[in-house]
Design a protein around this ligand. Structure first.
Ligand code: ARG
Length: 476
């Protein structure tokens, strides 16, 4: 998933390489046309999975007596050698092949002659690409879930440090009620925890092996689909051969999981960008996680957060691309399906790099806790707690709401910024139930601490949420 190579295939040359289907078509496409339909620039990414699939298929062909044991052994040894050469870099993937499948088969044939020509018995590139893609995802999606877990771990450390740091909670971007920074960061993590679940769910549904489906209709050769599926680590063979080559639900599910994750990151980044502004002043991003301006000498910009927010768009776009590409396709395989990989790879790459950048930025950020606490004063964030105070003393909530609303109006008229600035006498003018202990109850930290229900912002409850989220990280 790290590699983001672009193939060297493309226009320029007038000669096109030999293709697997040259026997039927006397005339080759021109170079530009050939490059247009080629996919090696994209599918070279799962070269090693293609080889794994071929080794399992070849071994099965041997066991089933479809090819000789000697041919199966020769294929296996050569495929292993090719994998080794690709990994060590002694063999480069030629950009001029049509796709990774023909590239590998071409090398096998060049090296083994007719034995190389045996590997494709009972197989089509349609089931081959489907198995390669699934094997690749079975490798990289768990890595992505690991990136999610690591990102959560970084945020949870910050949340723990700030379990008791009081800050304003917002609705409509207006100060609403005092919460704690730990509560806010744990809220982000609850979303990332669901993202981890979404990727995991998609993995369980894609865990079926298409090999043996052939082009669409299976094979009359005595293939052993069960063994191949097990050998490759799948739960079993795909149920229906047409579905096996036509289905791309897994790309939709993963693209959706990517888009949701990026939507989360985008919203978190929006918070960070606001917090980094002079107006909020809640967060101080590390200098190494900020950028400057070419003209304004004073600038320290939250570019990383902005770029993550910006990149959420492409993951939403990739999901729409896939849905649109799929919606009109007749069963079973159509070449349109080749478009699936570029879209999903881009989404997976985007999520991966954004998670890494986001946690670097957040792990090194410092929070201005004094400024956050000060922002809880002025704006009457304690108003709900004042109403709750009256409810505890027996006033129906709607009456308590009205009494406190009138107190707030009194404050605004008197130019006061908190309910606590009113004298007890003034408060009693709005409700007889106010007593001297109300002042203590309306201090921002006390308001947050009083909200200690499960899920609430009280420090000890935030610590419990952090512990629960950390426990989930250890689950598969
Ligand atoms: N590159 C193709 C893809 O990604 C591989 C399958 C090609 N099959 C075919 N019949 N042309 O879907």
């Amino acid at each position: 998933m790290k590699e983001r190579e672009s193939g060297e295939c493309g226009g320029g040359k007038s000669e096109t390489p030999p293709v697997l289907w040259a026997g039927r078509l006397a005339e080759k496409p021109e170079a530009e046309a050939f490059a247009f339909q080629s996919s090696i620039a994209v599918d070279r990414r799962f070269a090693l999975e293609d080889i794994r699939g071929s080794r399992a298929h070849a071994a099965m062909l041997g066991k089933q007596g479809i090819i000789s044991a000697a041919a199966a052994a020769a294929l296996d040894a050569e495929l292993a050698a090719i994998a080794g050469e690709l990994e060590s870099g002694t063999l480069a993937i030629g950009g001029s092949a049509e796709d990774i499948h023909s590239f590998i088969e071409g090398i096998l044939t060049a090296r083994l002659g007719d034995t190389g020509r045996m590997v494709h018995a009972g197989r089509s590139r349609n089931d081959q690409v489907a198995v390669d893609f699934r094997l690749y995802l079975k490798r990289v999606v768990p890595e992505l879930r690991g990136e999610l877990a690591e990102t959560m771990a970084v945020l949870l450390d910050q949340a723990e440090k700030h379990a008791a740091s009081v800050m304003p909670g917002y609705t409509h971007l207006q100060r609403a009620q005092p919460v704690t920074l730990g509560h806010h960061l744990a809220a982000w993590c609850a979303g990332l925890d669901r993202d981890r679940g979404r990727f995991g769910d998609a993995l369980t549904r894609l865990d079926w092996c298409p090999l043996g489906a052939g082009a669409l209709a299976g094979s009359g050769l005595p293939l052993d689909r069960e063994t191949v599926a097990r050998e490759l680590g799948f739960a079993g063979p795909a149920l229906n051969s047409m579905d096996a080559v036509a289905d791309r639900d897994f790309t939709l599910e993963l693209a959706a999981a990517c888009a949701v994750t990026m939507t989360h990151l985008s919203r978190f980044c929006e918070d960070v960008i606001l917090w980094a502004s002079e107006e909020f002043g809640f967060i101080n991003l590390a200098e190494s996680w900020s950028t400057g301006s070419s003209i304004m000498p004073q600038k320290k910009n939250p570019d990383f957060a902005e770029l993550i927010r910006g990149k959420s768009g492409r993951t939403a776009g990739n999901m729409v691309s896939l849905l649109t590409m799929l919606k009109g396709l007749p069963y079973a395989y159509d070449k349109d399906l080749q478009e699936d990989k570029e879209a999903l790879f881009d989404s997976l790459d985007t999520v991966r790099s954004c998670l890494r950048m986001f946690r670097g930025m957040m792990g090194s950020a410092l929070f201005n806790t004094e400024r956050m606490a000060a922002a809880c004063t002025g704006g009457f964030l304690e108003a709900t707690d004042a109403a709750d105070y009256l409810v505890r003393r027996g006033l129906p909530f709607r009456k308590a709401h009205e009494a406190v609303a009138l107190v707030v109006r009194d404050c605004v008229e008197a130019g006061q910024r908190t309910i606590g600035e009113r004298t007890l006498e003034q408060l009693k003018a709005r409700s007889e139930l106010f007593e001297a202990d109300v002042y203590q109850a309306l201090v921002p930290a006390a308001c947050a601490a009083a909200r200690n229900l499960p899920g609430g912002p009280a420090p000890e409850e935030v610590r419990r949420q952090i512990e629960e989220l950390r426990k989930r990280l250890t689950l598969p």
